[in-house]
Design a protein around this ligand. Structure first.
Ligand code: PMP
Length: 350
């Protein structure tokens, strides 16, 4: 068809499977296995349905203010979006607008190249070292911006703030985005570098450590100038991105810091225990600081293990892609779920 020549074509990102079946052990999309904070439930019970006839606050003020207070920054430094995917997508659109390529690792979140293609942003990848770590010198070349997750996905490897700062120092003239979707599971956030770098954007999410993937809340913190530009782009696309329940319930999630620390602590403890058990079963993996483990077995191909697990209703994530096609990304679930995974693997690999 002639009209198709004018279509903006893109190969979309493929999200992890959301199985229709009940009672599966779901360790494939890095969700939190624990419920949201109790205050979120209480607030949901009191939800004012009548108020839904009105548009929500386009500035997302209550949630922006709660996050600003929690992270000790000005509300003018905070931007909230529909999951960090929305925040990242808006950031690509706003900050990556150069003829020079943006740079990101070859093994990383597989949405980055999709947004780059969608927005016609030239990009180049830089190969991670053999041990999956970043070589900062790879990012000290002319570019149109830099983005990387820390901890990285799907490897789980955390780069020290020293490495992050090396990349920032080599990139004073472009925007550097650190995607901290998994930072609450052990790493130290680059938020502490914000006073020194007005071109740094730190992106985080409520989907993992705050157990609210279903509500779709993400946010970023940067200089007031950067957040201003981001809002200009957002208000040029859709003023009312965040719905009323998300704003209200999101505030409750930030308020309950005790619960937040409790569930992230539990996931970290389970992760460290499962690392030992997987190692005993012949798996190797980078030393994850995230809520997942990126594991390869010494003799059995990942694809076979993936299929066997799926047959047993245990869902993990597998990519048939160069460099990572012999690894499984296993989300850290509850202790019971991980026991069942380990029990299955013990029998299967025996
Ligand atoms: N960044 C990374 C590195 C991720 O793995 C994910 C989860 N798919 C996201 C961002 C997006 O998460 P969300 O949109 O749920 O905040």
């Amino acid at each position: 068809m002639k009209w198709e020549e004018n279509v903006r074509k893109v190969v979309p990102y493929v999200a992890g499977e959301q199985p229709k079946k009940q009672n599966v052990i779901k360790l494939n999309t890095n969700e939190c296995p624990y419920p949201p904070a109790p205050g979120v439930q209480r607030s949901a019970d009191k939800l004012n349905v009548e108020a839904l006839r009105l548009y929500p606050d386009p500035d997302v003020t209550p949630l922006v203010e709660e996050l600003a207070a929690y992270y000790h920054v000005s509300p003018r430094q905070v931007f909230v979006g529909v999951g960090s995917d929305d925040v990242l997508s808006m950031s690509f659109l706003t900050f990556f607008n150069s003829d020079k390529p943006i740079l990101f690792p070859d093994v990383t979140y597989s949405f980055y190249d999709v947004w780059a293609d969608l927005y016609r942003i030239p990009y180049e990848t830089r190969a991670l070292r053999e041990d999956w770590s970043i070589e900062p010198a790879d990012y000290a070349q002319p570019n149109g911006g830099v983005i990387f997750p820390n901890p990285n996905a799907p490897t789980g490897l955390y780069e020290s703030l020293e490495t992050v700062e090396k990349i920032l120092q080599a990139n004073r003239d472009v925007v550097v985005i650190v995607d901290e979707a998994y930072i609450d599971f052990g790493g130290e956030s680059a938020l502490s570098l914000l006073p020194k770098y007005d071109n740094l954007l730190v992106v985080q999410t409520f989907s993992k450590s705050r157990s609210m993937a279903g509500l779709r809340i993400g946010f970023c913190i940067g200089s007031e100038k950067m957040i201003g530009y981001l809002n200009d782009a957002k208000f040029s696309v859709n003023s009312y991105t965040m719905n009323r329940p998300s704003i209200e319930l999101g505030v409750e999630a930030v308020r309950d810091d005790v619960y937040f620390k409790e569930i992230t602590g539990k996931i970290i403890a389970t992760r460290e225990r499962v690392k030992k058990e997987l190692a005993e079963l012949g798996f190797t993996f980078p030393d994850s600081q995230a809520n997942f483990i990126f594991a390869s077995h010494k003799s059995v191909p990942a694809k076979e293990i993936f299929q066997a697990l799926r047959q047993a209703d245990i869902y993990v994530r597998y990519w048939d892609k160069p460099r990572i096609n012999n690894s499984l990304r296993i989300t850290v679930g509850t202790d019971r779920e991980m026991d069942r995974l380990v029990e299955f693997l013990k029998t299967y690999l025996a």
